[in-house]
Design a protein around this ligand. Structure first.
Ligand SMILES: [Zn+2]
Length: 140
């Protein structure tokens, strides 16, 4: 069994309000990377869909996928599909908070960060300050 050391939060880079389902994101990933990228995807209504078992290596953080859980929320770009934006709905935020808390219990010491917090990442993903959000939610 691989010990989980990291939890990386992503956005799907879909426009605000567009109700893309987890299955669609997995299909995009399979088309692009030949495998499912994330372990769970949080849909607009807050539903968390399990897309990979935790023990299956994901493909979401270049060069750092071993022992790294990938969580992706649907959204992350403004309505015009131009500017990175924290588009999380209240339901998505609540689910994300629960998921992070669950993983922290399951894997004590797990480091939670945003995709953009990894060295050398030039993307805005997940379009919000994960460290600040964790602090605000009492999860830091
Ligand atoms: Zn990402």
């Amino acid at each position: 069994m691989v010990q989980m050391k990291f939890l990386t939060i992503h956005c799907a880079a879909t426009p605000e309000g567009r109700d893309v389902k987890a299955g669609t994101i997995s299909q995009w990933d399979i088309a692009k990377f030949n495998q499912v990228s994330y372990h769970q995807v949080i849909e607009l209504d807050g539903t968390a869909v399990r897309t990979l078992p935790d023990q299956t290596r994901g493909a979401h953080t270049g060069g750092h996928n071993t022992g790294n859980i990938g969580i992706c929320y649907v959204g992350g770009v403004d309505k015009n599909n131009k500017v990175p934006k924290d588009t999380r709905t209240p339901a998505q935020r609540a689910t994300m908070k629960r998921i992070v808390a669950d993983y922290k219990r399951l894997y004590p010491g797990i480091v939670v960060r945003g995709h953009r917090d990894w060295p050398g990442v030039a993307k805005a993903c997940p379009s919000f300050d994960v460290a600040g959000w964790l602090k605000a939610e009492g999860l830091a």
